[in-house]
Ligand binder design. Structure first.
Ligand SMILES: [Zn+2]
Length: 328
């Protein structure tokens, strides 16, 4: 465990959050926002533990011990540094685990030429978009080992769905996009194309960045979103599949952001040869219009989705014309 990684963990889990999570209650405030309460490290009868939430440090006037959140865990559980780190990671929960996984996969992307080549085939070539979306690569057979050296237990990894019952990485040969509380993996080989961790696929992608636009383009895949962001259409969000979950549907209808009820939604879902994409688009647009949301359907050339449109040479100007021709 390196020092930058320990510092990162301390930022993620402030000392005061950890103490409150353990049932600690401050008895009174002291100068400069500092708090005073009973010390859990010794038999304390009058508040002698001083906590400074700004500096993220504690000091006890009774037992004379002090330090940061990692030190507190070491003392209170009588643990070594690495054990304390592992405990704090578990306390931090799945959120920090997924961040660690995403960071690891991002590093792997640049170590695997085949992954970069796959991204190029799918039209994604701007390094700043790859960084911004946090795109990574899961080579398989290396995540489990690495996370265990970081202090995660095999149980954590199985529960999160990152490792299967046989102990192998569940994501293997996949391009990985971190989502809010999940991870989308697109197979680069013959395996089933789409994979998520157990649980919800979450809200609309990057909604906080997009919701203030008065015109929003909805796509169903992360590769669609990536090429559109790359082409300068930053008002694009993604539902990760044709079917919107209840939360995503409410987001599109909500009267929030500058767009509010005057917002216009362009549906740019896949245009399959068998017409299922078109039917899904029609159905969604009816439901949105019933909620008072101005909705238009973008007609892509037969058999195309926004990703393949750009990959096969479509330009931003041509896509703009498709938006202008979009109809009810
Ligand atoms: Zn003490």
């Amino acid at each position: 465990m390196s020092w930058p990684a320990a510092n990162f963990l301390k930022q993620q889990i402030p000392l005061l959050d950890y103490l409150k999570g353990q049932g600690w209650k401050p008895a009174r405030r002291s100068a400069r926002g500092r708090l005073l309460g009973l010390c859990p490290l010794h038999a304390d009868h009058q508040p002698s533990l001083l906590v400074d939430p700004n500096k993220n440090l504690f000091y006890c006037y009774g037992c004379g011990r002090g330090g940061d959140v990692i030190r507190f865990v070491e003392l209170s559980h009588n643990m070594r540094f690495t054990e304390a780190i592992a405990l704090l990671r578990r306390f931090g929960g799945l959120g920090s685990l997924l961040k660690d996984v995403a960071n690891f996969y991002q590093v792997q992307l640049h170590r695997h030429y085949e992954a970069i080549e796959y991204l190029q085939q799918r039209g994604i070539n701007q390094p700043q978009i790859i960084d911004e979306l946090g795109i990574g690569y899961a080579p398989g057979r290396c995540l489990r080992h690495w996370l265990m050296t970081m202090g995660y237990s095999p149980v954590d990894l199985r529960q999160a769905g990152l490792v299967n019952a046989e102990g192998y990485d569940t994501y293997s040969h996949r391009i990985v996009f971190p989502l809010e509380g999940n991870l989308y993996g697109r197979s680069t080989g013959a395996a089933s194309p789409h994979r998520f961790l157990p649980g919800s696929k979450g809200r609309l992608y990057a909604w906080e960045k997009v919701r203030n636009y008065s015109q929003i383009i909805l796509v169903e895949g992360m590769f669609d979103l990536a090429v559109l962001w790359q082409a300068g259409f930053r008002n694009v969000t993604c539902s990760l599949g044709t079917h919107l979950n209840a939360q995503q549907f409410r987001q599109l209808c909500a009267d929030d952001g500058c767009g509010g009820k005057s917002r216009r939604v362009y549906l740019a879902l896949d245009c399959d040869d068998n017409g299922s994409g078109q039917r899904a688009t029609q159905c969604l647009s009816q439901r949105l219009r019933a909620e008072g949301v101005a909705t238009l359907c973008v007609e892509l050339p037969d058999g195309h989705d926004p990703n393949s449109f750009f990959v096969s040479g479509g330009t931003a100007q041509e896509f703009q014309r498709l938006l202008e021709r979009a109809r009810l």
